[in-house]
Design a protein around this ligand. Structure first.
Ligand SMILES: NC(=O)NCCC[C@H](N)C(=O)O
Length: 423
């Protein structure tokens, strides 16, 4: 087995101006240069008490306020020198630039299975004629049967149209696009499109895929995990150190997904060790980053109630025989330190009593976004966790997340780093 990881020499040069830094990341904490966020839009206005469970929200957000909170989050990042790219803008530019992207985006959204061939054809034709920004809006916010622009022929002959109620969705909205972490991630100089486990989110990857495949800014950038054979979500993928990746396995990422990802990262020399970390299959722990995120090169903040129980299987690649070895399960902190080649992984001791710890975990206190080693963004409502982080020498930049948090995700979930300085 080799510990040498060889990232491709991809530079984020592009046709329309290029980047001032190399795209990609080899850690969770290297200085953040560029990030993709999604400013919440009309897709959040689709949420009702009847559909919010299915659309994976725990409440009905006040959308204007959520947008203000998100704008403030983006500004915090810009003030720290991070280039912020908004998914909506990238999608609109992608559609404007590429006819193929337009066709693919429409094909992923318009389902003959749901709409019947006649109506699907009619709708696809209409969408093909929309200006880029309007099409991007439909692809993110969805469309109800009431909003369908019906030709007289579809009006007459679509049984589907006649039998559906107007407010039902002809194209499902994507309110969880807000959590850009989950539908793609970068490792080395490559991007990976994930494979989202739940129907409410599955179409999100069709949009990130379009952006990376067709936006001129990403011309020439290569993919990782091309096969996408089994569910892997970005919130489960933590780049612990160059060449060392932790993958949460639980409600979303499956053992088959973690194994497939590990094999693919080994094949592409993007990792030498992958830690598969079992997490409980519970809404509160939907991804590894809901319970553990990195705050420094050798430190994590972790939900105290699981600290003692968190384990890992270590997967390594034997280059000589081209086989993958899976170790026995052992404590996560030990396995991680060994793989990272450090004496000890510091777990910031939040020292919280179990009830406060549980409340603050639910409120995304462990879901920090690192801007540099020892500098993180966190919601302001996780008062105690933030206090303990500061006591341990971590700089905590607070943002408001009262409305954003109704989708159950914090600063890490809401951000997809496009470029971090390599460690
Ligand atoms: N990485 C994350 O934990 N992302 C948050 C995802 C929240 C979203 N409502 C979901 O259930 O998938």
């Amino acid at each position: 087995m080799t510990r040498e990881v060889q990232p491709d020499a991809t530079v984020g040069e592009s046709a329309d101006g290029g980047w001032d830094y190399e795209l990609g990341a080899d850690s969770e904490v290297g200085t953040l240069r560029a990030v993709m966020l999604h400013r919440p839009g009309d897709e959040l206005r689709r949420l009702t008490p009847r559909n919010s469970d299915q659309l994976l929200f725990d409440g009905i957000p006040w959308v204007d306020r959520a947008q203000e909170e998100h704008d403030a989050f983006a500004q915090v990042l810009r003030d720290r020198g991070v280039d912020v790219y908004l998914l909506d803008d990238l999608l609109t530019e992608t559609i404007a630039h590429s006819g193929a992207a337009r066709i693919q985006g429409i094909a992923a959204a318009v389902s003959p299975r749901r709409l019947g061939a006649h109506l699907a054809e009619d709708l696809a034709k209409h969408l093909r004629g929309l200006p880029p920004a309007e099409l991007a809006h439909v692809l993110t916010a969805g469309m109800t049967f009431d909003e369908l622009p019906l030709t007289p022929s579809a009006q007459r002959s679509s049984l589907v149209r006649r039998m559906h109620h107007g407010p039902e969705f002809a194209i499902e909205p994507l309110p969880n696009l807000l959590f850009t972490r989950d539908s793609s991630f970068w490792i080395g100089s490559r991007f990976a499109i994930t494979s989202l486990a739940l129907p409410a989110r599955a179409r999100e990857t069709s949009l990130t895929d379009l952006i990376y495949a067709h936006h001129p800014r990403f011309t020439g950038v290569r993919r990782a995990y091309e096969s996408q054979v089994a569910p892997v979500e970005g919130g489960d993928v933590l780049l612990l150190a160059p060449g060392v990746v932790a993958v949460g396995v639980g409600e979303r990422t499956t053992p088959a997904g973690a194994e497939a990802l590990a094999r693919s990262l080994f094949d592409d020399h993007l990792a030498h060790t992958v830690l598969a970390v079992p997490i409980e299959q519970r809404r509160a722990f939907m991804h590894l980053d809901t319970v553990c995120t990195m705050v420094d090169t050798d430190a994590v903040v972790m939900y105290p109630n699981i600290r003692e129980h968190m384990t890992a299987f270590t997967l390594t690649h034997d280059v000589d025989t081209d086989t993958v070895e899976v170790s026995d399960e052992r404590p996560f902190v030990e396995a991680a330190a060994e793989a990272m080649g450090i004496e000890k992984l510091r777990v910031i001791d939040t020292g919280l009593d179990p009830v406060t710890a549980e409340r603050e975990q639910w409120d995304d206190g462990n879901n920090t976004l690192a801007l540099a080693p020892g500098v993180v963004v966190s919601y302001n409502r996780t008062v105690e966790t933030n206090r303990r982080l500061r006591d341990s020498g971590i700089e905590v930049i607070e943002i408001e997340g009262r409305e954003l948090g109704s989708g159950r995700g914090g600063p890490r979930c809401m951000s997809c780093p496009l470029a971090r300085d390599l460690l």
